[in-house]
Design a protein around this ligand. Structure first.
Ligand code: SF4
Length: 458
């Protein structure tokens, strides 16, 4: 997987003060990083709210600040350090958690007076640090946590994390070092969470993990109970069960393994969205080998064409790395040609960064000069823009289901089944009646540009 940059420092509305009339202590929260980190933030905020803490609107108003950091790339680390610095300047008690917290030396060197620092998913120690900073309000009548937990996403969609950690060893990535090996949740547990989210009004479930297609491997695909029946902890079984809730189900961070083929049948049958987010990372066999990524590019092309034969409406989103050590002009052009052949609908790229501790730094491969990487990045984006524009043009005249993200009396903004929130395109639409966030409407597509669609609700 490759995290998508994302920043969330918005918070749900605060609950009322405690029944005793004592104002609840406030905690300020900064959430950085990918959707997996966002889910961790939701869990911490859920615990804070369950214990009666309120969320502060500013660091100055808070008894302590929690910064959930991202440590995936150097740019993400720099953003995390800046957030910690801002918190430290405005509040004496800063609690650092998340991926970057797994390697505390770099943080403590700059900020030796932090209140607490711990790695990702160490929710217990974050809560102990909060208790030390300010005791929780003791109110036995307090029950502030809604059944679906606390969500930092808009009400109509939610990320659902099915596993943590990763068994792969991609040479550019330190996530397995930071988050450990694959640990999957039981299928019944995931399905119960999905059920609560749907009951709370969620219309779209975004399935995330580090490697969604590996789900359940560590559990030996064990069965667990949901609504009185056994369900296997297996990629296909879970996708099928999630498809029965009658909401949009979108799969992220999938590897192109053969067993993914079965999920395409579910997509063709309309059970889950015809959308796959597969971080291919590159297409040159030489670079894929150096990255320790699976799948020859040719084999993947074959698989993609089979998928499209079964499910013609399939949207493929992917991320790539340009400027990986040893990437020659020939490798890069091979990637551009492959993108053209694969007709990847939505593609993003990162310029390679030699993250400290990544195995790629020790492969003995010649680094790509930053200015060359920059030029390749721009060429990549221009190339993908043209592919995207061509693919979106094909949608003109079609009637597509669109989920509304921003409602309005006449003009609204939404997404098709082929667009995930935050990372893909939008549909700008006009309607005769007012539309609300979370409505799903049919839109006749009239126009397109490089990334977005324009149309009228019918
Ligand atoms: S090792 Fe590879 S699959 Fe695992 S988290 Fe890193 S990039 Fe994703």
């Amino acid at each position: 997987m490759t995290p998508q940059p994302q920043k969330n420092n918005h918070a749900p509305p605060p609950p009322p003060d405690t029944a005793t009339g004592t104002p609840a202590p406030k905690i300020s929260f900064v959430s950085l990083g990918c959707p997996k980190a966002l889910v961790d933030s939701e869990r911490i905020i859920g615990r804070l709210r369950a214990e009666g803490y309120n969320l502060a609107k500013s660091h100055q108003d808070a008894a302590a600040v929690i910064v959930n950091t991202c440590g995936f790339l150097d740019t993400a680390k720099a953003e995390s350090l800046a957030a910690i610095g801002a918190a430290a300047a405005e509040n004496g008690k800063v609690i650092v958690t998340g991926c970057m917290g797994a390697e505390p030396a770099a943080i403590l060197e700059k900020f030796p007076d932090l209140h607490w620092i711990s790695g990702p998913q160490d929710f217990g120690s974050v809560m102990r640090a909060v208790h030390e900073a300010v005791a929780p309000p003791h109110d036995p009548f307090l029950d502030l946590l809604p059944p679906q937990g606390i969500k930092l996403t808009p009400r109509h969609y939610a990320y659902l994390k099915i596993s943590e950690g990763c068994n792969n060893r991609c040479t550019f990535c330190i996530i397995p070092k930071l988050r450990g090996v694959l640990v999957s949740r039981e299928a019944g547990d995931i399905l119960r969470e999905a059920e609560k989210l749907v009951a709370a009004g969620v219309k779209e479930l975004l399935i995330i993990s580090q490697d969604t297609s590996a789900y359940g491997l560590d559990l030996n695909y064990a069965e667990s109970s949901f609504r009185g029946r056994p369900v296997k902890a297996k990629f296909f079984d879970l996708a099928r069960e999630l498809g029965q809730f009658g909401v949009w189900v979108r799969l992220h961070y999938v590897y192109p393994y053969p067993h993914v083929d079965d999920a395409i049948e579910l997509m063709a049958a309309g059970k889950i969205l015809p959308y796959l987010d597969i971080p291919f990372q590159h297409a040159s066999p030489k670079i894929l080998r150096a990255m320790r990524r699976p799948g020859g590019a040719g084999k993947v092309l074959e698989r993609i064409s089979k998928w499209r034969a079964v499910c013609p409406g399939l949207t493929l989103r992917s991320t790539f790395i340009v400027g990986f050590p040893g990437e020659s002009e020939e490798d890069f052009e091979l990637l551009l040609d492959w993108l053209q052949d694969a007709k990847i609908d939505r593609a993003g790229a990162f310029k390679y960064e030699p993250v400290a501790g990544a195995a790629a730094n020790d492969l003995g491969l010649p680094p790509v000069a930053p200015e060359v990487a920059e030029i390749r990045y721009r060429r990549f984006m221009e190339h993908c823009q043209k592919i995207s524009a061509g693919k979106l043009k094909e949608k003109i005249g079609k009637r597509l289901a669109v989920i509304v993200d921003q409602g309005g009396s006449r003009a609204s903004v939404g997404r098709t089944a082929g667009d995930a929130p935050e990372i893909d395109g939008k549909v700008h639409l006009v309607s005769r009646r007012p539309l609300r966030q979370g409505d799903i409407v049919t839109v006749k597509i009239e126009r397109s540009d490089a990334y977005d669609l324009y149309g009228t609700a019918i």
